[in-house]
Design a protein around this ligand. Structure first.
Ligand code: PLP
Length: 425
């Protein structure tokens, strides 16, 4: 065991066994403990970074801390030389405590409370995004020398899993109005940023956003700003289980975006950065949960038009198994609300066992707490374990203490040869 974070042991192995064996080994060591847990493979994050450098040689990644801020993850990213996108004072503090230079941080939240802007000023975290007049006024008050990046809301109809444009970004066609205000306030605008939306499903989203950024860039330059930074945001997929509907991959997005960047931003002195979150961490984490209750429903009864119970079941379907597990949307599974069916359960039963219609619920007293509905699983019983891959993004950082349910325990592993790429160069 080695320590990479403050107190977090990382198990370094010559060769990683399949994930199901890793999970089973932990369960075997637990005895009667049914606590939910995760296994985080830091080697996966190291491989992702090599792939980023290969696919996006011109684009510097500023990892979005909000996506997964556990100590060994941000530590290893810092040690690989990544920069960071922070959304708050505490996130900035966490990253500075790792010894990261303030110049390797962008404060990429367009709605910052005044005291947090002051904190960024005190620490010299000068790069920050804005998308409205109010933000400019606050920044002028406490950090007039900040390096400002105008976040636009790209106008296009390309599909994404979570559209961020309702809440964030200035309309690119009106950018000159906001830039004029920045000019009047004698502020220092250095570039443009966008976020195509969480979980980009069509490469065209990047093409459109880069085109619109170029126009805003030129407006800024014509007005006299020294425009030299383009921030292409996040939205890059990071799961190992590929989206079968769209077949979108990180590599395909990079290929298309690189072409747009080369065509529209050929200047070598324009710095291009991105704010990937899920790309780096989704596939690195697997979460295992324990079945705490099972219910089986055979028949469905409905009321007659007069409100009486019919004495015969109205529908006789194949029975549905309902499994209640000890983590749900108030824990690591919030993404199920936005993208139902996004996490696919795996089990330890033989692959030839008969499959049944099943639903998995979380443990809290809320019927919103649904992990997945109508999924085919073998017959499972209370006490059995199931596990979910691709759980590294927006899982630990979004978990709440609703119903005071146990929080997922975290274990970390890494293949030796990958670990040595970072720590014994
Ligand atoms: C400003 C900003 N940058 C980056 C990210 C990371 O996005 P993703 O995880 O989709 O790459 C987000 C996610 O919400 C964000 O709001």
């Amino acid at each position: 065991m080695l320590n990479v974070g403050k107190h977090t042991p990382v198990e370094i192995l010559e060769k990683l066994p399949p994930i199901s064996n890793q999970i089973q080994e932990k369960i075997d060591n637990f005895g009667d403990d049914e606590h939910p847990f995760s296994v985080g493979n830091l080697g996966d994050i190291i491989t992702k970074h090599s792939n980023w450098q290969k696919c996006f040689p011109r684009v510097e990644p500023f990892y979005a801390v909000k996506c997964n801020d556990v100590d060994p993850v941000i530590r290893i990213l810092a040690d690989m030389g990544l920069s960071f996108d922070c959304a708050s004072k505490i996130e900035i503090q966490k990253i500075l405590e790792l010894g990261v230079e303030p110049s390797r941080i962008i404060y990429a939240n367009t709605n910052k409370q005044l005291s947090f802007i002051k904190y960024a000023a005190d620490k010299g975290v000068s790069m920050m995004t804005f998308d409205c007049e109010d933000e400019l006024i606050k920044i002028k008050k406490v950090y007039p020398d900040a390096k400002l990046v105008l976040r636009i809301s790209p106008q296009s109809n390309y599909k994404v899993k979570l559209d961020l444009r309702k809440k964030f970004g200035y309309h690119p066609l009106k950018a000159s109005e906001l830039l004029e205000m920045a000019m009047k306030l004698k502020l220092n605008v250095i570039g443009v940023s966008f976020h195509v939306g969480h979980g980009c499903l069509e490469t065209g989203a990047f093409v459109a956003a880069i085109e619109q950024s170029r126009k805003v860039f030129d407006i800024g330059a014509t007005m006299g700003f020294d425009m030299h930074l383009l921030d292409i945001g996040g939205g890059f997929p990071g799961e190992q289980i590929q989206n079968v509907e769209t077949n979108i991959t990180f590599e395909r997005i990079a290929e298309v975006a690189n072409k747009s960047l080369d065509d529209l931003f050929p200047e070598k002195d324009v710095r291009i950065i991105a704010e990937p979150g899920q790309y780096y961490v989704s596939s690195a984490f697997t979460v295992a949960v324990n079945i705490i209750t099972k219910k089986t429903f055979t028949d469905k009864y409905t009321l007659s038009p007069d409100g009486d119970f019919l004495d015969k079941p109205t529908v006789q379907n194949e029975p549905t198994r309902m499994y209640y597990v000890n983590d749900g949307i108030y824990g690591c599974f919030l993404s199920c609300l936005i993208d139902p069916g996004c996490f696919v359960p795996s089990h330890f039963k033989d692959s030839d066992e008969e499959l049944h219609n099943s639903t998995i619920w979380g443990p809290t007293c809320d019927s919103l707490d649904l992990v997945i509905e109508n999924v085919k699983l073998p017959e499972l019983t209370t006490g059995d374990w199931i596990f979910f891959k691709d759980m590294g993004a927006y899982s630990f950082t979004t978990a709440s203490s609703f119903n005071s349910m146990p929080k997922v325990k975290k274990y970390f592993i890494c293949e030796k040869s990958l670990w040595e790429q970072v720590y014994q160069r």
